[in-house]
Design a protein around this ligand. Structure first.
Ligand code: HGY
Ligand code: MN
Ligand code: MN
Length: 399
């Protein structure tokens, strides 16, 4: 049961033909197929699987208890995402645990493989939803108020998936079992290409967040409305895209992206009445992201005023900068023999858990340096090296 063969088993689940890549979102049919696949594979490896109150899957080797060594990732994707973001961590974890179980090794601590729900926030808009609920960094009633583009709430979707959404919320019992937390993930940049190493240990996660800009204008006829007579929300929406790029290009260590824009009603011959636009902003350092967003918002508010439109800005998700546990980083380096340490601009569940338990990350080289797109890739040899490295780490941490 190698990670490479496991990735092959799920390669056709959730392919998104129109967009390319994969679209697998919390509690949708494709993700349900992946959950069932994971449970079957974990049970076949002799692990005991349970679903926690927030829809996260926990596959245990040994009786769950304090001081457990937990490795995780996720099976959901961004819309049109790559094959490795999430599944690489899950398949390497199954491979690593299976190879340890097949050896003479017997852990002194329980080991668990965890699959977190909605890491990408691709359906309900908040990333790391499962780990935020687990740790209480997102209140259950805030989660219940979320809606997907069709107006479905996480509670309804969870109930349809056979879960009891009334249980959503901080899970101190589950948290109390976690002693150490290590996530393996495909690298989502070019770091390992330039360093010529197949794996690395994670050092930091950049502060990041998501803001929704809602522009209100006046819907009208595209042909019968003079240009001087318009309050077109697409104009300030366009100014947001330009302001994001202009501001981030000027601020050291800043990245700002608009990848999602939803006009209403969305007709070709219709001046939009409103437009929702989402800004993803991330700035190196501490407490530097919100000021950048504020600067972008100021430019946008004046553009909205000139066009006679209203604008509201809502912070939908925010994660402060994370520095992974120094002791654990040292231990991972000791086990792996001095592989590079890499910062990342990508958020991860390990970054949410880091505020609660000693957490760390391992990265596997991505030779394209592209992620959140179909070109995301990892060579078989590097995948195998990643699974071996994770097995070495789990052996060391659970001895
Ligand atoms: O968006 C991110 O940083 C991650 O891929 N969820
Ligand atoms: Mn991702
Ligand atoms: Mn990921």
């Amino acid at each position: 049961m190698s990670a490479v063969s496991l990735l092959g088993e799920i390669a056709d689940i959730g392919r998104d033909r129109p967009r390319g890549g994969y679209s697998r979102h919390a509690f949708d049919g494709r993700e349900a197929e992946l959950r069932a696949w994971f449970v079957e594979r974990a049970v076949r490896s002799g692990l005991e699987v349970e679903t926690d109150r927030n829809g996260n899957l926990w596959a245990w080797w040994g009786r769950p208890g304090p001081g457990s060594v937990v490795t995780d990732s996720h099976l959901d994707s961004v819309p049109g995402g790559g094959a490795f973001d999430g599944p690489l961590g899950v398949t390497c974890a199954l491979d690593a645990v299976k190879s340890l179980r097949d050896s003479e090794f017997r852990p002194g601590r329980p080991i668990a493989v965890v699959v977190f729900m909605e890491e990408e926030g691709g359906r309900f808009g908040v990333p790391c939803l499962g780990s935020r609920l687990l740790t209480g960094s997102l209140a259950a009633d805030r989660a219940r108020a979320l809606r997907d583009p069709e107006g479905v709430s996480p509670a309804e979707a969870a109930a349809r998936a056979g879960l009891n959404p009334d249980q959503f919320g901080r899970d101190d019992i589950a948290l109390s079992k976690v002693g150490t937390f290590v996530e393996l993930h495909v690298e989502q940049g070019r770091g390992l290409i330039d360093l010529g190493s197949p794996i690395a240990v994670g050092s930091t996660v950049t502060e990041h967040g998501r803001w929704r800009f809602s522009f209100i204008g006046q819907g009208n006829h595209a042909g019968a409305t003079p240009m001087s007579d318009r309050r077109d929300p697409m104009l300030p929406a366009a100014s947001l895209i330009a302001a994001a790029r202009r501001t981030a290009a000027r601020v050291d260590g800043a990245r700002a992206t608009v990848g999602r824009l939803v006009p209403r009603p969305g007709g070709t011959n219709v001046i939009a009445s409103s437009v929702d636009v989402w800004l993803d902003a991330r700035v190196a350092g501490h407490n530097r992201t919100r000021p950048v967003v504020e600067e972008i918002a100021a430019a946008v508010r004046s553009a909205a005023g000139e066009e006679g439109c209203e604008v509201t800005v809502t912070e939908e998700a925010y994660t402060g900068a994370v520095a992974f546990d120094a002791g654990l980083r040292g231990q991972l380096n000791g086990v792996l023999g001095g592989v590079p340490e890499l910062p990342t601009g990508a958020g991860h569940d390990a970054g949410i858990l880091a505020a609660h338990v000693p957490s760390g990350m391992l990265y596997v080289r991505n030779p394209t340096g592209i992620s959140h797109a179909p070109e995301e890739f990892a060579e078989d040899a590097d995948v195998e090296r990643g699974a071996e490295a994770l097995a070495e780490v789990l052996r060391d941490l659970s001895t």
